[in-house]
Design a binder for this molecule. Structure first.
Ligand SMILES: Nc1ncnc2c1ncn2[C@@H]1O[C@H](COP(=O)(O)OP(=O)(O)OP(=O)(O)O)[C@@H](O)[C@H]1O
Ligand SMILES: [Mg+2]
Length: 507
């Protein structure tokens, strides 16, 4: 099935109203031009600048047929169909069948008179076969019109169509240069193709052209720029933020099982075609505060070398950003555009907890997320983190939703040693000069975050005395800290009991 087939089916059906939410107006209009003759209907367009205009076939909407009512009927000789109300009246009263593309009509859908006129056209559809098509980037039909409408969306180009775009744009460049061929690096082209999926035809073409134009070549150097351009396209959104700061494997101590799990799936995730139902969907990292869950989420993007998008639930519920579920849907669509990517839902229980004040809204947001997850066949890998299981909706963690729930427990002695080494190195301190065994022994019950804090504090203490940090100074800080595992021992025990049998260990 192609765009053409889809549209033809809609046009042959009995829907009087059709919405096309798109930024690609020219492509849409061209598509209608090709299809209108097939369904035997003339085609007109309407714009606020030019009013009604016949495009294909003979569609005259004759103002002389206008039913004139009221005290101040418009002067049919001088009024222009650029006036939306007048245009709708002319359409409604004309005996003329046809498809009318209303381009950028969305601001006028707020007027009750317009809504009423559109509804009357819709109700008369079986008699007069007039089809109103709303084409714009933000069509939101009022509920009383929705029942008369079908929506149509242009398909996004698939990998082989993008391949064709690359070939076409290369040929154009070559022709301009009198036969110089575009130099291509196979690997770069394949990275380019992966990163361009999810974009519209127009955007993909523009990006390919930009990649070629500067140096007549598609090379590895074009890929980061392309990701950046894609980011800019996406960055118009408040809800999703693009995190530059991803982490590397070497920044994370422990998490050995998670690391292996990710390594095993990397190739499959990157190679998956959109049609593959086995594409890894995502994971949940559940565990103690300061255990490195957020860090590990960043590392997933770092290990797979794909962009990291963070979904900010705080913004989601901010009333200034408009309707919550719609925001959520748009954010998820944006993530699809950025695919392959990691969608990081940090502290997800705060966004969609069960027992909370406006459970109505957060339930619907959860519903939106679950529906999307079930249908998600794009390379969008969810990494959700949480530390309060009691607030987690059971639907979310039911088997099959996510690939795995990893439990992040307090680090073992061996892992603590690793974490000490990582954070000492990070601060230009040589781990070989420290007694890691003694430090690991003294930090039983400490989280990664607490270990890092002890090192930071020891450095302060040292610099106050004009020396550098030593094992003794760090031991001293550890001795003076009451770790969370002591302060909140019961919470952690409860968490462990819950995790037992329901989760696998991240370590
Ligand atoms: N396993 C670890 N390896 C290396 N560093 C770690 C580890 N765990 C924690 N850290 C350090 O502690 C910091 C805080 O950890 P992080 O924010 O990732 O924990 P968290 O589990 O997300 O905590 P919270 O539940 O409070 O959000 C990290 O940025 C990192 O510097
Ligand atoms: Mg965190």
């Amino acid at each position: 099935m192609s765009d053409r087939d889809d549209l033809e089916i809609i046009l042959r059906s009995h829907y009087p109203l059709i919405t096309v939410n798109t930024f690609e107006e020219t492509r849409t209009v061209n598509l209608f031009k090709r299809i209108a003759p097939l369904v035997d209907l003339p085609l007109s367009t309407w714009t606020v600048t030019d009013g009604l205009d016949a495009v294909v076939g003979d569609a005259t909407f004759n103002p002389s047929e206008l039913r004139l009512v009221g005290d101040n009927p418009p002067d049919t000789a001088t009024t222009s169909t650029a006036d939306p109300e007048y245009a709708l009246r002319v359409i409604r009263d004309a005996k003329q069948a046809g498809i009318i593309l209303l381009l950028d009509f969305h601001p006028y859908l707020k007027e009750p008179v317009h809504v009423r006129l559109i509804k009357e056209v819709a109700q008369d559809h079986d008699v007069r076969r007039q089809k109103l098509v709303f084409v714009s980037h933000a069509i939101d039909l009022p509920p009383e019109l929705v029942r008369y409408s079908a929506s149509f969306s242009l398909r996004l180009p698939n990998m082989s169509q993008i391949g064709r775009i690359v070939t076409e744009e290369s040929a154009i460049w070559a022709a301009q240069r009198g036969g110089d061929n575009v130099r291509v690096d196979r690997e770069a082209v394949s990275a380019l193709l992966t990163n361009l999926t999810g974009l519209t035809d127009t955007d993909a073409r523009r990006m390919v052209r930009n990649a070629i134009q500067d140096d007549g070549a598609i090379t590895g150097a074009d890929v980061p720029e392309l990701i950046e351009a894609k980011r800019a396209l996406v960055g118009q959104q408040g809800l999703l933020s693009f995190e530059y700061d991803t982490a590397h494997l070497s920044d994370v101590g422990g998490f050995n099982h998670l690391k292996q799990w990710l390594e095993k799936r990397r190739n499959h995730f990157m190679a998956t075609s959109a049609a593959d139902s086995d594409v890894p969907k995502g994971i949940m990292l559940l565990g103690v505060q300061g255990g490195g869950k957020s860090l590990a989420a960043k590392a997933v993007a770092g290990i797979w070398n794909i962009p990291l998008l963070r979904l900010d639930f705080g913004v989601l519920y901010n009333k200034f950003f408009g309707e919550t579920e719609r925001n959520m849907r748009e954010a998820l669509q944006t993530a699809e555009v950025m695919a392959p990517c990691v969608l990081w839902c940090d502290e997800i229980e705060k966004g969609i907890s069960t027992g909370d004040y406006d459970s109505g809204t957060s339930k619907r947001v959860l519903g939106t997320l679950l529906t999307w997850m079930a249908a998600n066949d794009k390379q969008v890998f969810i990494v959700a983190t949480a530390n309060d299981v009691t607030a987690l909706p059971p639907e979310l963690i039911r088997k099959g939703r996510l690939d795995e729930i990893f439990f992040v427990d307090l680090p073992s002695s061996a892992v603590r040693k690793e974490i000490f080494a990582i954070h000492l190195k990070k601060r230009q301190l040589d781990p070989a000069r420290f007694d890691l065994n003694a430090l690991a022994l003294a930090s039983d019950g400490f989280t990664g975050a607490e270990i890092e804090e002890a090192i930071v504090a020891a450095r302060y203490a040292a610099s106050a005395n004009d020396t550098t940090a030593t094992t003794e100074l760090v031991l001293n800080e550890l001795a003076n800290t009451k770790p969370l595992s002591v302060v909140r021992a019961e919470d952690i025990e409860r968490l462990r009991r819950w995790a037992d049998g329901r989760t696998v260990s991240a370590n």
